[in-house]
Design a protein around this ligand. Sequence first.
Ligand code: IMP
Ligand code: MG
Length: 186
Amino acid sequence: MEKVRQFPYDFIERVIITQEEIENRVKILGETIHHDYKDSERLLLLGLLRGSVVFITDLMRKINRAITMDFMSVSSYNKSESSGFVRIDADHKTNIRGWDVILVDDIVDTGYTIRTVQKLLQDREPRSLKVCALLDKPDRHKVDIKIDYLGFSIPDYFVVGYGLDYDEKGRNLPYIASIDLNKGQD
Ligand code: IMP
Ligand code: MG
């Protein structure tokens, strides 16, 4: 008899954050940002490719004001191990001098990526610079960083879905799921 597949990828272990929980949280984050930036004339959401794409596009539609979106591409990661080395692959286009910038990423793990990009952006003299992340793994931090707008704090699992990938797979899942690399191999 053919096995019924619960998930579209063999390596998925279980759902840890549902689609509904994400929707509710993203709505609150958007409303909070909307409120906090009432006095801002130029607000830019600056996403890190590619993990933040799903999150940023949902988030921006919950912020009911004039807003600009831009992206940077950085790489620090090889499959599931952080290298601690961050390379800028593609820079943003907007001249951020004098802008209120919110740096948006999918997940903070060691914190190297956010810290490196934060330093780089600070030198470009934005009016303000804050950090927004969908997920945080506080047990994994190797550097001290402040996340101003956080979706969820999670234990030290490797997760996929809602933009996050394992080896480029799983970004299309509408929930966040933990993975088990031994699964599906028997
Ligand atoms: P950091 O520089 O160690 O904080 O790594 C951050 C980057 O690693 C994130 O932007 C993700 O691209 C990737 N990453 C870290 N943990 C996970 C995970 O559990 N699933 C998918 N990607 C992850
Ligand atoms: Mg990333």
